[in-house]
Design a protein around this ligand. Structure first.
Ligand SMILES: Cc1cc2nc3c(=O)[nH]c(=O)nc-3n(C[C@H](O)[C@H](O)[C@H](O)COP(=O)(O)OP(=O)(O)OC[C@H]3O[C@@H](n4cnc5c(N)ncnc54)[C@H](O)[C@@H]3O)c2cc1C
Length: 394
């Protein structure tokens, strides 16, 4: 049996997971005066966005023919993006606008934002293990930190860990039997001679190898990108949900070998870094006071308790057909505050990939830019709860 230390630490708000959503939730709550502890199992912030080495943040703008002048959600989302790529304009890809970001800078910027907030205590390399709850109320979380087991009591809890806290505290979750979207694995190469046609050549070469059965079907959906100075190249693989990291690694070696053989630009390319994990697009979702529907996204539904706007298409990564996109019919849809509030646990909020939404709606909401915004919204909702229920003056 695990032995938890006798000392019980206390804070106002616990945020679990330092991905895009968790960082925003923690920062906004701290800025409004709450004492926040952010618990993250890895030793850096950024979660999936850092692990997948995102080159673009999605979901930040309206889909339009003209260069967007405004962020769909201002506030902290805008502040972080401006800190990330100052003065950089979004780039158009089909109907959507993407915000360029350097994945290594993303981690540094998130760390800087967190360090700036005196009210935040960040616990890296700390894994949530269990939750202590009474009736409809969470009292504390238990976590491991450098081999030690500790317990932390708080008034409010935010799940920004893609549903990990929901699982541990008996919160109602949405279980629907749709096929899981493909997960992702990424690697970084140096020494590749960049050429602007590589994003077309790479999938073509991989498609040929798939046709000749030298690579599995999903290898054809590998995406290639580079940094501003073209020094590093990123390969983003799509793999079936549930693929083990060792297998994803093996497939990525086979893909790199194929590219080295077929494309002279890759001849002297070396793998400089590989992800340690396979990253899932979905996760456990909260059953909140409102469940955002796929039709709400498509019809651009508006709410009186709006906390965030979204316009990113419903993006489904089918293991057999690859990516498909369904666009909202209206300019944008809204997410109500009720979708970040747990239905059956009074002091639990969720953000990012685990907000209360049908799979189709989550497939839009999970865009990185929208996870920043739901994080901020959950942080605000948590502070409002704290003020009303504990009558604290923040
Ligand atoms: C393959 C793939 C490609 C994508 N491409 C893009 C893209 O190009 N652009 C874009 O904008 N979006 C993209 N997305 C979507 C986007 O990256 C994610 O939806 C978003 O980053 C999720 O943010 P989050 O904060 O909700 O969760 P996460 O980033 O997953 O953060 C959850 C955090 O919780 C931590 N955690 C988990 N369990 C525990 C525990 N027990 N204890 C403590 N901490 C824990 C994790 O380590 C992690 O840091 C992609 C997603 C995938 C999977």
């Amino acid at each position: 049996m695990k032995k938890f230390g006798k000392q019980l630490d206390r804070t106002d708000i616990v945020v679990v997971g330092a991905g895009l959503a968790g960082v925003c939730a923690a920062i906004i709550a701290a800025r409004r005066g709450a004492r926040v502890t952010l618990i993250e199992k890895e030793n850096i912030p950024g979660g999936t966005a850092a692990g997948m080495r995102h080159r673009y943040l999605c979901g930040l703008f309206l889909n339009s023919d003209v260069l967007p002048r405004k962020y769909l959600n201002g506030g902290l989302t805008k502040e972080i993006c401006e800190g990330l790529s100052p003065g950089v304009q979004p780039v158009r890809m089909g109907k959507v606008w993407l915000f360029p970001c350097d994945p290594q800078r993303l981690v540094i910027v998130l760390e800087e934002f967190l360090k700036h907030e005196k009210n935040i205590k960040v616990l890296y390399s700390s894994k949530i293990l269990t939750c202590n709850y009474r009736g409809r109320h969470i009292e504390s979380v238990r976590y491991s930190h450098h081999g030690k087991y500790r317990e932390l009591k708080a008034a409010v809890f935010i799940d920004a860990g893609a549903g990990i806290l929901l699982q541990k505290c008996g919160a109602a979750q949405l279980s629907d039997s749709t096929e899981c979207p493909m997960s992702g694995f990424s690697l970084e190469m140096v020494g590749v001679t960049w050429d602007d046609v590589l994003p077309i050549r790479v999938p073509y070469v991989l498609y040929q190898a798939v046709k000749q059965r030298r690579l599995p079907l999903y290898a054809r959906w590998t995406v290639v990108s580079t940094t501003e100075n073209k020094e590093r190249l990123y390969l983003k693989l799509s793999v079936p949900a549930g693929t083990k990291p060792a297998l994803a690694k093996k497939i990525s070696f086979a893909i790199v070998e194929t590219l080295r053989r077929e494309l002279p630009a890759f001849n002297s390319g070396k793998i400089a870094w590989q992800a340690h994990d396979v990253f899932s697009r979905d996760g456990d979702r909260l059953e909140g006071e409102y469940i955002l529907k796929e039709k709400d996204v498509i019809k651009g539904k508006k709410f009186s308790d709006v906390i965030m706007k979204g316009a990113w298409p419903i993006e489904f990564w089918d293991p057999k057909r690859g990516p498909t996109y369904k666009y909202p019919n209206e300019d944008y849809y809204e997410l109500p505050e009720r979708s970040v509030k747990a239905k059956n646990v009074s002091n639990l909020f969720s953000s990012g990939r685990s907000v209360s939404a049908e799979p189709g709606a989550q497939a839009s909401l999970r865009a990185g830019g929208l996870c920043l915004a739901t994080g901020e919204a959950a942080g605000n909702a948590a502070v409002d709860y704290l003020k009303t229920h504990r009558a604290v003056t923040l």
